[in-house]
Ligand binder design. Sequence first.
Ligand code: NAD
Length: 255
Amino acid sequence: MSQWFVDRVAIVTGGASGIGLAVASKLLSLGVQLAVVDRDGSALQGAFGGVDKVLKIEADVSDRIQVERYVSTCLDRFGRIDMFHNNAGLLGPRAPLLDFTDEDYHSLFDVNVLGSLLGLQAVAKAMKASSGGSIVNTASAVGLRSVADHGLYGATKATVLRITQQAAAELGQFNIRVNAVAPGSVDTPALRSSLKGTSEDGGEVDRRVSRQLRKRPLGLPITADDVADLVLWLLGPASSKITGSINVIDGGVLT
Ligand code: NAD
């Protein structure tokens, strides 16, 4: 199965950190021709600066022009796109629904919903023009149930789940599969910054992260690598009959 990945072409958005970085690193180790997109240019350089064969594209996924540019840059370099991990997203800010501002709304929906939709549109058009492909959207378990102070974030991820199923229904005829992963809490820079709140005490942040990660029947933390293994399975040939699926990876919280 790992031979299947050699020389295929993938784009990972939000690939400079956390879950996207874990996916990009695994794809690279399997011999995939890889484009990594992130709006944080220095994090991109920090993660892949020494790896010439990785196409590093600094772009904001919520801007249509920049999305079209990252897709065309990838096509110019590699000629096609076989796999797309549509992953860039924001967790914060945390607040009860009654306290969210218009600014909070736009920052979350622009990146998590519009960014995801623009990427899906541009990449699926390129896949449709070749022989198809596989797309994995990063949603969240919070898109499936309410979690205190995460109402707006949950609404963005519920929308990503709905878009995933709609896209799967529309694009199957073009041999394009579209699936979603819905992780529970994963220890990434985004989770740490969201749990940090106003605390400047590193030990306190560690304790909050570890409390958050223990809240699950399996009692085991989910790592970015765990999510990456699931994403690779969905991108690759082992899941060739699966589309429109929502894959929760949360250690059993949603049971
Ligand atoms: P992270 O902050 O570690 O990584 C996200 C990356 O996305 C960063 O490098 C950031 O620069 C980039 N990014 C953010 N906005 C962008 C934009 N507009 N354009 C381009 N790049 C942008 O976060 P993470 O925890 O790895 O999150 C990745 C995805 O996983 C997100 O969609 C998040 O909602 C989702 N998720 C995370 C968790 C968790 O607990 N960490 C749980 C469920 C879902």
